[in-house]
Design a protein around this ligand. Sequence first.
Ligand code: SF4
Length: 361
Amino acid sequence: MKYLPDRIGLYIHIPFCEKKCRYCNFYSAFISERVYKDYFKALLREISSWGEQTKSAVDTVYLGGGTPSLLRDDIIPLMSAVKESFNVLPEAEITAECNPNLDLNFLSLARKAGVNRLSFGVQSGNDGMLKTLGRTHTASDAKAAIKAAREAGFDNISCDLMIALPHSSSVTVTEDVNFICGLSPEHISAYILKIEENTAFYKAKDTLDLPDDDEAANQYLIVCRELEKRGYEHYEISNFALKGRQSRHNLKYWMCEEYLGIGPSAHSFLNGKRFYYKNDIKAFINGEPAVFDSLGGDKAERIMLGLRLSGGVRLSEFKEDITDKADKFIKAGLVKISDGRLSLTNEGMLVSNSIIAEFIL
Ligand code: SF4
């Protein structure tokens, strides 16, 4: 019998930005009126078509980008289409990513459309650093946006913070943590800057004055310590949340649960299969279907993803006795075992890829 998951997450990609940030290699294009209109029409077409094929209830919706706050009042017909096409449960978590310099009218429109969680790309509280990153907002934009979001009724807000930035130090990272915590978000995602190919930072990498690996690790551990001290649970390598405020949508990725992604570059894991839309807005507008990638959800994948979470993985999930392998990491303070589960320590999370590789190979 075909496996149909009871509940899935729905991801919708809004692939437009006003300006490309210097570090970013996400799939997004400069917004133009004509392409936007064609894209929006195509998005509604795909939503309706997937809705006809999908029986599962949707308990999380995530509008990611790009810059979903550029949808402005189109958030209303977009979310109506989602709700008409899918069985979106009343208790669904519905998130929209926002740029802190958004048109503040978007906030009440999003609320009206049923969005109940916002994720702001704050990144830093230092205007000079924001400029270096190529962001279009300032620290005071971030404060104003979050204040306006609270006034619009949002009680579940996440902020992104970037670590290991050019010219950064333990002092600047502590200032950034203080700034973000001053915004009182329920959730914080903290990412170590990675210099990706095809970005402005990649071209300029030799002149960026980036911290070395030891300093980057030091900054990460400062963030972990400071956020934990303030009551944020470190529940995934890059994610921290107040009690009960983890991202339910993103947890699906790490718990190997199923989700459907719509839009160019969006990935899906549905009915045991992984597939994705090409990084190509035009192809999406022209109705090119998603491409099959692989079967998903095997044991190795579940371990690989589960070890990203602070709860780790049950020892019984591993196909062999891993005591010896675990021992050397436990002695090095990188791994811990408790209540029959193996998980990474904060130090282990810094080198998660190599530890995870040893456990699944
Ligand atoms: S706003 Fe977000 S998606 Fe757009 S360029 Fe900047 S980081 Fe990338």
